[in-house]
Write a protein that binds this ligand. Structure first.
Ligand SMILES: [Fe+2]
Ligand SMILES: [Fe+2]
Length: 379
């Protein structure tokens, strides 16, 4: 019997998961494809849906093929969803089966840092679904995998899109319509999952769809980059969610808002956003407020949270300008290096635009401060 194991958080399950399952059925032709929603530790809950709902949603989304079984094994076991335990469990259930363990491209690169990769690689055969962006690197990694484990992992020809559950969760919290597998949107609505509360409702009511998609993208991008910084997750989410809240507001609607000197329109929304966050939404955290305030202009000697929102604003998934992929790669490898490069390129771009009044003074100060910084020297 051929069995494929495929784990994930499925928070929520989305269309890319379904496509991937179809790809795995087609290319690996198993008798059984076992989907394993992972246990999520309670302290990580945040925007996450309860375990039971993630399991139910997976059962709804994967009901299209009787070879697929959704297993509550990892959830019931609790604790860390160590894959070597999962593979071991199914190995003892099916001693004679040919077991394939399907992982994503990112996981394949990390694989040797997992707990007991040698057990996983020996008790099952590894198969990889990549996003198709790094074929040469993937082949090199597979050669290295072979040297360590004695066989090559199977690379699926199906390549997924870069949809992420993180992006989808925040898009839902911002009230966006998200294209999900049949029955999932209804389930989410019925159970009231992924509600963001008052702040998200306020943002949703004051921004246009395109800006909401951008906002969900900024949150997703910042949370991903924050793996390098380790800042307070709630602060990151709040600052990113609110950074453009005043994009379509006018200072004259807020008599207590004082513009300081001549401020270009593109800058006003950042300062007004801070004002709205403080006065209307009652945000008191100065780290969050300053990250909203300086997200467009930057300034000299920025805090880490200011840098993070500034950078995520320029690199989130819907940004599409020449060189953005290079900047993303640089920043994913080293946040400080990427941030400095964003600052330099942003300034040069503004200079070229030759706006009346020139580049805003805070941006000039930021550029002067960061232009010769080489974070690698101090690393
Ligand atoms: Fe903005
Ligand atoms: Fe923005």
């Amino acid at each position: 019997m051929k069995i494929v194991l495929f784990g994930g958080t499925f928070d929520p399950v989305h269309s890319e998961h379904v496509k991937l399952a179809k790809g795995a059925l087609r290319e690996l032709s198993p008798d059984k494809l076992i989907i394993l929603p992972a246990f999520i530790p309670p302290h990580k809950a945040g925007a996450a849906a309860p375990a039971e709902d993630r399991l139910n949603m997976a059962r709804i989304a994967f009901a299209f093929d009787e070879r697929i079984e959704v297993s509550g094994y990892e959830m019931e076991r609790g604790g860390n969803s160590y894959s070597y335990l999962t593979v071991g469990h199914f190995r003892s259930l099916y001693p004679d089966a040919e077991i394939t363990f399907l992982i994503g491209g990112d996981s394949f690169f990390d694989f040797e840092r997992w707990v007991h990769p040698e057990i996983i690689a020996a008790e099952s055969r590894i198969a990889v679904v990549s996003r198709g962006e790094f074929t040469e690197k993937l082949m090199a990694r597979n050669a290295e995998f072979e040297r360590t484990h004695g066989y090559r992992a199977k690379i699926l020809s199906f390549t997924g899109d870069a949809t992420s559950s993180t992006f989808i969760r925040f898009a839902l919290m911002l009230g966006l319509n998200v294209n999900l597998p049949d029955g999932i949107s209804e389930y989410i609505a019925k159970k009231g999952l992924y509600r963001g509360g008052e702040m998200f409702d306020y943002i949703s009511a004051h921004l246009k769809e395109k800006r909401l998609i951008h906002t969900a993208g900024v949150i997703e991008c910042a949370l991903s980059l924050n793996r390098q910084l380790g800042l307070d997750r709630n602060k990151v989410i709040t600052a990113c969610a609110l950074h453009d809240v005043a994009k379509y507001m006018h200072p004259s609607d807020f008599p207590s808002f004082k513009k300081t000197g001549e401020m270009p329109n593109s800058v006003v929304h950042a300062f007004l956003g801070e004002h709205v966050a403080r006065e209307v939404l009652g945000i008191t955290d100065e780290d969050v407020l300053s990250a909203i305030r300086y997200h467009t202009t930057g300034r000299a000697a920025m805090t880490d949270l200011e840098k993070l929102v500034y950078t995520a604003d320029l690199l989130e998934r819907s940004r599409d300008y020449p060189g953005v992929d290079k900047l993303r790669k640089l920043t994913n490898e080293n946040f400080e290096v990427g941030f400095c490069e964003c600052m330099r390129q942003g300034y040069k771009h503004l200079k070229q635009m030759m706006m009346p009044g020139g580049v805003y003074h805070l941006t000039i100060e930021a550029y002067e401060y960061y232009k010769n910084k080489n974070p690698l020297k101090h690393a």
